[in-house]
Design a protein around this ligand. Structure first.
Ligand code: ZN
Length: 138
């Protein structure tokens, strides 16, 4: 697979409203989009940092994987997302052939309607890893 850059870092927070003042007022970053991804039971807020982004993730209910993550490990870095230039489905097939356990067997739509897929942290040295379709013109 061909990875161009870190697309974003996903950070689990109790509340986007409580977390944003740190990122905006202290770090001086700007939140440019907040959206809810219903099927993942998360609310996301995006902030640009040069060519990469911070994605704040807030659970929309107790069944959310973000709620479970915070319950087990507290707030903090949740996943690293890499932008792949040659297609998420192709990258998934390659990773699986190299023994990586996949959470998503096929790409699905994430925030900003980009194709995404996750590798299981058990086969990535403990880091939940997301592949993200490179956004044209971003
Ligand atoms: Zn993400």
């Amino acid at each position: 697979m061909k990875i161009s850059h870190i697309e974003h870092l996903g950070i689990a927070v109790n509340s986007i409203e409580e977390a944003l003042p740190y990122y905006e007022n202290v770090l001086g970053l700007k939140c440019y989009n907040i959206e809810t991804v219903e099927d993942q039971k998360v609310r996301t807020a995006f902030l640009k940092v040069g060519d990469t982004k911070i994605e704040l993730l807030e659970a929309t209910g107790p069944e959310s994987t973000i709620a479970k993550f915070i319950e087990n490990r507290g707030q903090g870095v949740h996943h690293v997302a890499f932008a792949v230039e040659d297609g998420v489905d192709q990258a998934l097939a390659e990773a699986e052939s190299k023994g990586i356990r996949l959470i998503d067997k096929a790409p699905r739509k994430g925030a900003e309607s980009l194709n995404i897929a996750f590798f299981h942290p058990k086969s990535t040295q403990g880091v939940l890893t997301e592949l993200c379709e490179a956004k044209i013109g971003s």
